[in-house]
Ligand binder design. Structure first.
Ligand code: ZN
Length: 204
């Protein structure tokens, strides 16, 4: 019939105060309320429309501890099997994290370029812990526990940072900050160690 039910939210860009606020936890009643269900649905559609692999409520202007995550196989088509293996990246089905708590399981820093829908058009090499554990509630208010490595661990760290008012630029290697256009033009496909070396970052 029509697609009028699909609700795409405005994604806030860096410089808006909401992106620097600590988001509020939801109590059990709030998690299961219809307006929260509708918000999660709208966040899912907004993430897919962007497209992105994660979206946190502050990015759509709400100081709530809600994040949605989904890394679809179609987003990974431009990466070679070697690049996917190097990143520890594989498809992650859609899921919802509410009131998440993250702990580092393996602090070994993994360096890859990272971007954010709220810093549209920019990217930088951002070290992230190799493995994390997350406890949270799902959209039904049920407890979930996630053990993640590789790219999924990176996504979790990025999204949960959003709920604490942090952005990837807080964790990035500043000398590697660049426009996405220049990333594609000059650096895409190069080993991260080589990129860091050329840009004057300690590559060890
Ligand atoms: Zn982000």
């Amino acid at each position: 019939m029509c697609e009028s039910s699909i609700h795409i939210l405005k994604i806030r860009q860096v410089g808006e105060r909401i992106l620097r606020c600590k988001a509020r936890a939801l109590d059990r009643n709030a998690i299961t309320r219809p307006d929260t269900r509708d918000l999660i649905e709208a966040m899912r559609e907004t993430m897919r429309d962007a497209p992105g692999v994660g979206l946190a409520a502050p990015q759509v202007g709400l100081d709530l501890q809600i994040a949605v995550i989904e890394d679809r196989a179609e987003y990974q088509r431009e990466l070679t099997p070697e690049q996917l293996a190097e990143r520890g990246r594989e498809p992650i089905p859609f899921h919802v994290l509410i009131n998440p708590r993250l702990s580092i399981v393996d602090p070994t820093p993994c360096r890859f370029f990272e971007g954010c829908l709220s810093l549209n058009g920019f990217t930088a090499v951002t070290p992230r812990a190799a493995a994390v554990r997350v406890t949270a509630c799902n959209e039904h208010g049920e407890p979930v526990e996630i053990d993640a490595r590789g790219w999924y661990a990176r996504i979790l760290q990025h999204e949960i940072d959003h709920l604490n008012g942090r952005l990837f630029v807080d964790a990035m290697l500043p000398a590697t900050f660049m426009t996405s256009v220049n990333f594609q033009r000059h650096w895409s496909g190069q080993p991260i160690a080589a990129v860091c070396s050329v840009l004057g970052v300690d590559g060890t």
